[in-house]
Design a protein around this ligand. Structure first.
Ligand SMILES: Nc1ncnc2c1ncn2[C@@H]1O[C@H](COP(=O)(O)OP(=O)(O)OP(=O)(O)O)[C@@H](O)[C@H]1O
Ligand SMILES: [Mg+2]
Length: 363
């Protein structure tokens, strides 16, 4: 970067569990070390401390990796003209929101839920009506609440420290914990079938707790979950949902809230880290979620795998082009270089008609 006066990017690829995230952290620590002064309270420290937060909210235990990234991250380290690190910008991609409401057996939800449940103080637990991971549908359905060799309570302490270092006030942290607790309670909202199959709440107390934590009107949220608005002619009418539909609405609400919380954290961290004024160049590090194939694969998993195939295509083209240029230079016959071209796989996705995509999303 300094030699050529050009920004650079490092793309770290490999299937799930290959070591991308660990490698990313080593790259970032190295760049922060050579480009910074590494003093306490300095920007390099803040940049590195964004990792524990994003991993707590965006990583989870899967069958292949106890700390699997379920989102993509492109972090640009910003440098000034002298090669000093002056800031960083994080861009996040496609958090796997379905994990919030469903985890396959022996996998977990996002780390932060187990961390909060085992690391919150008694006072916090009481205020947010929290118990253990076994008490909540969003954390107990996969029969896996612990990761071998990991103390969620200790990790929670690391996250608290990291939040402080990147500048989140105690009040901001409280809001974050309240939202997480509310999501756990939302997952416990159960329904029963009433008149003509229309869903009603099994217990109002659970939803009341969630609404209190989110400071939302119980009446409005209840209506939003139990009823749908459909257009009949020129007018909208409110129709009750069936139990299955209400459950789906409950989960959709939880996923939307968690997705926005994650985005908000990235925005908030960027507010502290980003320093555009004196930036002359950057070094970007891309760490995405690795390729995976489960017994049951969500639409989001297809997007993850597609992103990996796309990167592989980029790698193929780049590397083979470079190789071929070198063979040309050395006048070597390269006509029989053989490599696995994944273009057919990309065509399968990129050339499908729009209507097929809509069908996939619906199903
Ligand atoms: N350099 C390393 N030194 C020691 N252990 C490592 C190293 N790289 C990876 N590992 C081990 O492998 C595990 C998986 O690594 P990592 O989380 O980086 O994978 P990943 O490629 O990011 O996977 P995913 O696509 O699921 O996010 C780590 O938790 C760690 O136990
Ligand atoms: Mg990873």
């Amino acid at each position: 970067m300094m030699g050529h006066k050009l920004s650079q990017s490092i793309i770290i690829s490999g299937e799930s569990g290959a070591g991308k995230t660990e490698t990313t952290k080593i790259c970032m620590a190295y760049l922060a070390d050579v480009g910074g002064t590494m003093g306490v309270g300095h920007i390099e420290e803040q940049i590195l401390q964004s990792n524990p937060i994003l991993e707590a909210f965006g990583n989870a235990k899967t069958l292949r990796n106890d700390n699997s990234s379920r989102f993509g991250k492109f972090m640009q380290l910003q440098f000034d003209v002298s090669g000093q690190v002056i800031g960083a910008v994080i861009e996040n991609y496609l958090l796997e929101k379905s994990r919030l409401v469903f985890q396959a057996k022996d996998e977990r939800n996002y780390h932060i839920f187990y961390q909060l449940l085992s690391g919150a103080t008694e006072q916090e637990k009481q205020a947010m009506k929290l118990g253990t991971a076994d008490d909540f549908h969003y954390t107990n359905q996969s029969y896996c609440t612990e990761v071998k060799g990991v103390s969620d309570a200790k990790e929670f302490e690391r996250v608290r420290v990291a939040m402080k270092i990147v500048g989140l006030s105690n009040a901001e942290q409280d809001v974050v914990y309240r939202i997480l607790a509310a999501l756990l309670h939302i997952g416990n909202i159960m329904f029963k079938a009433g008149n003509e199959d229309s869903a009603s709440l099994r217990s109002e107390a659970v939803l009341q707790t969630a609404c209190d934590l989110l400071k939302l009107s119980m009446a409005k949220v209840t209506e939003g979950i139990l009823c749908k608005r459909i257009k009949a002619g020129l007018e909208f009418v409110t129709v009750p949902r069936k139990v299955e539909e209400a459950t789906y609405a409950r989960d959709a609400l939880a996923k939307a809230i968690y997705g926005r919380l994650f985005d908000l954290l990235v925005v908030r961290i960027n507010k502290t880290l980003r320093h555009d004024e004196k930036q002359t160049s950057f070094i970007g590090v891309l760490d995405i979620f690795g390729f995976e194939s489960f017994a049951k694969n969500s639409f989001e998993q297809m997007c993850i795998n597609y992103a990996n195939e796309k990167l592989q295509q980029f790698f193929n083209q780049h590397i083979f082009k470079m190789e071929q240029a070198e063979y040309d230079r050395e006048k070597i016959d390269w006509s029989n270089i053989d490599f696995e071209d994944n273009q057919v796989c990309l065509d399968l996705i990129e050339k499908v008609r729009h209507s097929t995509i809509i069908w996939l999303r619906r199903n």
